[in-house]
Write a new protein. Structure first.
Length: 537
């Protein structure tokens, strides 16, 4: 249907890196060409991604019934979609339905990701119309100690992996008498299978700016740094643009929103070292030094950047703070279980049919995430294991899939929630090779400052190779166990301290894989069906 006689139809095409990697820019250009040639009246808006990555590029059209989704859309599909009446939400094989009503999305509890994929990331009007700055205005009306108390009572814990209570860290910085304090956001998202930080920065950058500004108000900081990994050029560009816009509107700088708060923010790009995901290594890098771990104490909250008291939090932690201040600690506290309060942004990746972002309250099980939301494997083969918490997280078999996503429950099971990344493997995976990879990864990424990590990881690769080769297997298994103990207890930071976790879990749950490839003979061929492509899970 030709709608050139009507007002322009608003069409959303993601500018998220994942969507761009599969042709979103070309889809947007095809739509803009149609508008330029006068055939159709179209206003193309580049939004973030809704997180249904198997449907990207997903195009959304605003209709009186709601935003109707189509996907995955290839550039070659655009002409046919327009001819079929896409701008009016017409039926088509690629039509998914009203996006907000898709079961995969509708049953989530989106708090941190409430705006991601919904708004134009760099539109201040969109941000304000969808609840932006409510949390900051609430914080500016309170004393710093009251803001810290609100964050503490919400139960918000660090989403970067450690799970340390954010409010306690903030109070430590607030109580320091030093006149110069900093807020640092660690966006060095290096864990395999994680991409939530990137999606927030690309899809809702003002949210992170607001969260960091609230932190500055709470602890008395005047300057902030956003440390982004070099592999995220789109996030770097979006955050820099957002910071410039925020300054223009008085959201950063002197007298923010007419208050007495002076706070400015700067982006710094890391050089690609995994170790800089550790807070003290990041601080070293920010100071222009090589990224190596600092011994603790002192902790960064007391002596951080340039020796000054510093709040160091992850993107998801800081991006959740505005919601806590806007809705109150009690509303956030009501979500979750036990000491794991609020929501977690889970990232489904690896060999999975429906990879993407699932934000829901703590307490959801691995089975719900992998089987219900994830739809099983991409290959169509049975799931054998998942790794939760990045490359240093434990491998969990399907027999443990009823484990709730809860910091303490995972710790009791010898695992960790970490940053919420879940990487799925089918029944062809070789777990001895995965255990070896953990040691090899540590050897490659170690900063080299402490011997247990630097040398232990190299020896770990050698010992696993001997075990798989059948060389003195019992003796080398005992040696590997001793080595894991040494790395856990003797490493300066979590890099070496957590490397034994995937190794031990692979040995505990999949011992046959260490018998020199014998398990490969047991793998039966199955008909790979591939992923489902409909918009429901």
């Amino acid at each position: 249907m030709n709608n050139s006689s009507h007002s322009a139809a608003t069409v959303y095409v993601p500018r998220d890196s994942a969507a761009r990697s599969v042709g979103a820019d070309e889809v947007a250009k095809a739509l803009q060409r149609a508008a330029t040639h006068g055939d159709f009246a179209i206003d193309v808006v580049r939004n973030g991604s809704r997180g249904m990555l198997w449907l990207e590029p997903m195009v959304e059209v605003v209709t009186p019934q709601g935003r109707v989704g189509y996907g995955p859309v290839a550039p070659s599909d655009v002409e046919g979609l327009l001819a079929a009446g896409m701008l009016d939400g017409a039926d088509h094989p690629l039509r998914l339905g009203i996006v907000d009503e898709l079961p995969w999305l509708a049953r989530q509890t989106r708090v941190t990701f409430a705006r991601v994929g919904v708004t134009d990331p760099l539109s201040t009007r969109d941000y304000l119309e969808h609840g932006g700055l409510v949390g900051l205005r609430a914080a500016l009306e309170r004393a710093p100690a009251d803001v810290v108390t609100e964050v503490t009572e919400s139960g918000l814990r660090g989403r970067g992996g450690a799970g340390f209570p954010a409010g306690i860290k903030w109070k430590t910085v607030l109580d320091c008498a030093d006149e110069l304090k900093f807020v640092c956001c660690n966006a060095d998202e290096g864990d395999s299978g994680t991409f939530a930080d990137r999606m927030v920065m690309e899809g809702d950058p003002f949210l992170l700016i607001e969260g960091m500004t609230i932190a500055a108000q709470a602890v008395g900081a005047s300057e902030g740094y956003l440390y982004i990994r070099s592999e995220y050029p789109d996030a770097v560009a979006t955050m820099r643009a957002a910071i410039d816009i925020a300054r223009e509107h008085g959201w950063l700088g002197k007298g923010i929103l007419g208050s007495t708060l002076d706070f400015d923010l700067h982006v710094r790009v890391g050089a690609g070292a995994y170790i800089c995901g550790e807070e003290t290594s990041m601080l070293e890098s920010l100071e222009g030094k090589r990224g190596t771990v600092r011994a603790k104490p002192p902790i960064p909250a007391i002596e951080g950047l340039f020796g000054r008291p510093t709040v160091v939090n992850n993107v998801l932690t800081l991006a959740t703070v505005p919601v806590v201040l806007a809705d109150g600690a009690q509303a956030y506290q009501e979500l979750g279980v036990e000491r794991s309060r609020g929501t977690q942004v889970f990232q489904l990746g690896g060999n999975i049919a429906h990879g993407g972002i699932v934000e829901t309250a703590f307490g959801v099980t691995l089975r719900e995430l992998v089987e219900d939301y994830g739809g099983g494997t991409f290959s169509g083969r049975p799931v054998r294991t998942v790794q939760v918490g990045g490359p240093l997280g434990a491998y969990l078999p399907t027999s443990m899939f009823d484990l709730p996503m809860d910091y303490e429950a995972f710790a009791a099971a010898g695992a960790m929630v970490g940053h919420g990344g879940i990487v799925v493997f089918d029944d062809t995976v070789d777990m001895a090779a995965q255990a070896r990879f953990a040691m090899e990864f540590c050897a490659e990424e170690s900063c080299g400052k402490c011997t247990p990590c630097r040398v232990g990881s190299v020896r770990g690769v050698e010992v696993i190779d001997k075990i798989v080769a059948g060389q003195h297997r019992d003796e080398n298994l005992a040696l590997l166990e001793d080595l894991c103990d040494l790395m856990t207890d003797g490493s300066l930071c979590a890099m070496g301290g957590l490397t034994p976790m995937p190794v031990r879990s692979a040995l505990a749950h999949f011992p046959d894989d260490f018998l020199g490839g014998r398990r490969l003979l047991e793998i039966q061929p199955v008909q790979a069906t591939g992923p489902r492509t409909e918009g429901t899970a």
